[in-house]
Design a protein around this ligand. Structure first.
Ligand code: NOJ
Length: 563
């Protein structure tokens, strides 16, 4: 490890996101577990991964798959024992893999002892850990705010005859960060895990720690229940930076770790520097998802599938916005296509028909931009969305709330079509290890349906095939870590080639375009004018190299200038 606060190791870090419920189930309960992750560390090392972010592993009733924590002190028994985390850390460190755990500090589950004490006694310390308020007259909640999961941000608590605030599920009350005692509790928890050897945190929903404490009604378009969604009431508010500065001062700055904050919502790259600027930003990396919906899939439920098309200009602008802001001024830049809150990138920007080609094009495009790349588990074998046929298949609180809210507005068929291309479950289906029953994921009944394509799309078949997506990922990762390549990736000359091209994503690094990536993002041939005779082909996803620049479907090149 490098010296405190230098974090140079981040430059050659390749991250990998694991949804623990879906990685590998070793005890047959249908949910993955920590032992499953431990078993696969060799696989991750083989792939070239050196940092793993594991979604929440603490005790939880699993209403939101672990993001509803009921006890920060213990590992969720569904995932294993407390000792399994120690084993995981030891085994990962032996393989030079860092482990970053998800830390949910915006809310807890209603099952958390803090909440239980709070509603038993309004004079308890814990009462101050949450945000309770009396309703308005006529049994109305304290304000008209709408949260992220399609409901009011207020839920009535009969024991107190008050409402509690929640910006996600109504089983997840938000914590009151204005309360110093609460903040200290959080510091203790964070320290406990860092002292155990955890290498950092992914800070869940960190943009929402502060709320508009006037709780005045939001102004804007009302839904049928009179609710208004105005994220500014509980997102990226001034007080957050103070809370995070304190957290950094008291905890993070004392360890050589990485902190990755989920800073969603409408925040610009420039504003995000408040979180992670080089001078005194409290965290290291920001996940924002500015580039996540550049195919319009989310924009309209009315759109037919064939109207969904990747808007490359939107993608290019998004990546450039973040690069140009963060390159000099931020501590680092997180690079990712998607995570467990999104459909699979292959279904979004790639192609099922050109699975191999498009998976390779997508990873090449991402990997050689400046930043710390994060690969979502399963992307390395080309996992894609599962096509569900029933609304019940979308086993996720946000999808189910969406269905409740919209079932009288849209036909079932339309909702299924929309959710099939946008729902979070697609990014959470069990990892496909082999072609045996349940894709080798579990001997029990998997908690989510396995994608039926697992007979072909799985790790074992990828390992056997020299030309597989997995082997390509492995080579690309190895190349990305080579010193000369790394220095180009981190240089200041990143620019697009033919920026206005709506079909091809092409960029270069180096004063004289020494490193070039050219990727066709379409499932048809596209002409692209670039003289590659002066270049050596380092990566390419077709077996023959046509010397013309007619790019075949999802054809990609990584080129390095010959000396
Ligand atoms: C963001 C997480 O990534 C998501 O899965 C979760 O539902 C919300 N935060 C609430 O914790």
């Amino acid at each position: 490890m490098l010296g405190m606060n230098s974090k140079d190791w981040l430059n050659s870090t390749i991250g990998y996101i694991i949804y623990p419920s879906s990685y590998l189930d070793t005890d047959g309960d249908g949910l993955g577990d920590l032992k499953g992750i431990i078993q696969k560390l060799d696989y991750l090392q083989y792939l070239g991964i050196n940092l793993v972010w594991i979604c929440p592993i603490f005790k939880s009733p699993m209403d939101d798959y672990g993001y509803d924590v009921s006890d920060f002190e213990h590992i969720n028994p569904l995932f294993g024992k407390d000792e399994d985390l120690i084993t995981l850390l030891n085994e990962a460190h032996k393989r030079d893999i860092k482990i970053v755990i998800d830390f949910v500090l915006n809310h807890t589950s209603k099952e958390h002892i803090w909440y239980k004490k709070a509603i038993e006694d309004r004079n308890s310390e814990e009462y101050g850990y949450y945000i309770f308020k009396k309703g308005k007259e006529n049994n109305l909640p304290p304000s008209n705010w709408k949260g992220f999961f399609s409901t009011s941000t207020w839920e009535y608590e009969p024991k107190l005859d008050e409402y509690f605030f929640h910006c996600f599920s109504k089983t997840m009350p938000d914590l009151n960060w204005a309360n110093e005692k609460l903040r200290e509790k959080i510091y203790q928890i964070a320290k406990k895990y860092l002292d155990l050897g955890v290498d950092g945190f992914r800070l869940d929903a960190v943009a929402h720690l502060a709320k508009d404490l006037s709780f005045s009604d939001a102004v804007g378009e009302k839904d049928e229940n009179g609710l208004v969604f105005d994220a500014s009431k509980f997102s990226n508010r001034e007080e957050i930076y103070h809370y995070l500065d304190l957290l950094n001062e008291n905890v993070f700055s004392k360890y050589d770790i990485v902190t990755v904050g989920e800073v969603g919502g409408s925040i610009s790259a420039q504003e995000s520097l408040r979180y992670n600027n080089k001078e005194n930003g409290p965290i290291d990396l920001v996940f924002n998802f500015d580039t996540a919906w550049c195919n319009g899939a989310y924009a309209s439920i009315e759109k037919a599938d064939d109207e969904i098309k990747t808007d490359l200009i939107c993608l290019k602008n998004g990546f450039m916005r973040w690069w140009s802001t963060c390159y000099k001024d931020a501590k680092g830049l997180a690079l990712y296509w998607n995570n467990h809150d999104h459909p699979r990138v292959l279904s979004q920007y790639g192609s099922i028909k050109y699975r191999k080609e498009s998976a390779k094009a997508l990873i090449t495009t991402l990997l050689f931009m400046y930043g710390v790349p994060f690969i979502h588990y399963g992307d390395e074998i080309g996992m894609s969305n599962t096509l569900y046929t029933s609304l019940d298949d979308f086993k996720d609180v946000s999808a189910q709330n969406f269905i409740l809210e919209n079932k009288h507005k849209f036909s079932e068929e339309k909702m299924i079509r929309f959710l099939n291309r946008t729902a979070r479950v697609s990014g959470r289906t069990p990892m496909q290890w082999d072609d045996s029953e349940n894709a080798g994921f579990s001997k029990g009944t998997p908690h989510l349906k396995i994608n039926p394509n697992y007979k072909d799309v799985n790790v074992a078949s990828n390992l056997k095939d020299e030309d597989s997506i997995l082997h390509y990922f492995r080579s690309a990762i190895a190349l990305r870590k080579e010193k000369t390549i790394e220095s180009f990736v981190h240089d200041a000359y990143f620019q697009y080639i033919d920026y206005e091209n709506e079909d091809v994503f092409a960029y270069s690094h180096g004063k004289n375009q020494e490193l070039v990536v050219i990727a066709n993002f379409r499932d048809h041939e596209v002409n692209f004018n670039f003289d590659k005779t002066k270049y050596e082909v380092k990566l390419h996803n077709y077996s023959d190299d046509k010397n013309s620049m007619t790019l075949r479907p999802f054809e990609v090149y990584l080129l390095i200038k010959k000396i």
